[in-house]
Design a protein around this ligand. Structure first.
Ligand SMILES: [Zn+2]
Length: 318
């Protein structure tokens, strides 16, 4: 049997077929074209899935389940997308609509939770009963796995670590609050802090990295300059790691998971990032040493959402 997974994004609909271990057997991609009628998008999800199945010589009779990772709030029990702002989807009966095309159980989950589940089944947190995945990209996403299951929260909105307030009255966030963790710990926040360092000091190597054009200054270039020892970039990166360590420390105190997994574009900084974060997390709590969860890098990269969506089907068997 195989599993079909959908990574539903604002730009692309990605469909994949995996085996029970999460190996991708085939995948397809088509444009979401977010402004159009939602039923057309659902039809494309079904067609993309069928095409991926055909690509590995299979049809729906071999499919255990179809899982969808949605960038928003879902109610899997009801088969509804509650809210997905990227697509302007609110209270839509996604399972029922897909059922017109697909002869398999349809499961849905928040995309960050799906990615966390992928790392649990097929990635770095394999076998960890409890883990929290934190993705550092344009924004900050986070997904929770507890007792081997995604934890959506009582109302489907758990894991909004990116919009917990890290700095009271800090940098304004797109969500309407000020000082959200995302404004300090995302890839775009790191790039922005690099730009601020350039404005403050024309001597930083960051200018050279960006070839004099601050629009080019990405999180990766800040990391590269820090690695090479530029003091300005090191200061910016150190502050980034400091804030990220506080956020992770809060997660550890709150959830006490076996593992914290760091993913997203910034995680390509690898051990340079891991070491910087690990050394900034206090080893004691209430003056006694505390057991520390492992803090590791995600393994499945940009495929995590797709693989995790597919492996939602494995939850049916457990
Ligand atoms: Zn926010």
């Amino acid at each position: 049997m195989v599993y079909v997974g959908i990574d539903l994004g604002g730009t692309n609909i990605r469909c994949g077929v995996t085996d029970p271990e999460g190996h991708l057997l085939a995948k397809t991609s088509r444009l979401t074209q977010a402004g159009r009628n939602w039923r057309e998008i659902v039809r494309d999800i079904a067609e993309g899935s069928s095409e991926a199945l055909e690509n590995c010589g299979l049809d729906w009779s071999s499919v255990q389940a179809l899982g969808i990772g949605v960038p928003g709030i879902v109610d899997n029990a009801a088969g509804m997308v509650v809210a997905c702002t990227n697509l302007s989807w609110y209270d839509l009966p996604l399972r029922e609509e897909l059922g017109r095309y697909v002869n398999a159980p349809v499961l849905m989950e928040n995309d960050a939770n799906a990615a966390a589940l992928a790392e649990y089944y097929a990635g770095v947190s394999a076998g960890c009963e409890s883990s929290v995945l934190i993705t550092l990209g344009t924004g900050v996403g986070s997904g929770i796995v507890m007792h081997g299951r995604p934890w959506p929260g009582a109302f489907g909105q758990a894991g909004e670590l990116g919009h917990t307030i890290l700095v009271p009255d800090g940098i304004p966030c797109t969500c309407g609050r000020n000082g959200c963790m995302e404004r300090y710990c995302s890839g775009s926040a790191l790039a922005f802090a690099g730009k601020q360092a350039c404005w403050a000091d024309p001597d930083t190597a960051l200018w050279k990295k960006a070839e004099g054009d601050l629009e080019r200054l990405s999180a990766k270039l800040v990391v590269d300059a820090a690695r090479e020892g530029d003091p300005h970039a090191l200061r910016v990166f150190g502050r980034f790691a400091h804030y990220l360590a506080i956020a992770i420390d809060n997660v550890i105190s709150m959830m006490n998971p076996q593992m914290i997994v760091i993913g997203g574009g910034v995680s390509r900084a690898g051990s340079f990032l891991l070491e910087a974060v690990r050394e900034r997390i206090p080893r004691t709590e209430m003056e006694v040493p505390r057991p520390m969860p492992r803090i590791e890098l995600a393994r499945l990269g940009s495929e995590a959402g797709l693989i995790g969506a597919a492996l939602l089907g494995r939850q049916l068997e457990e």
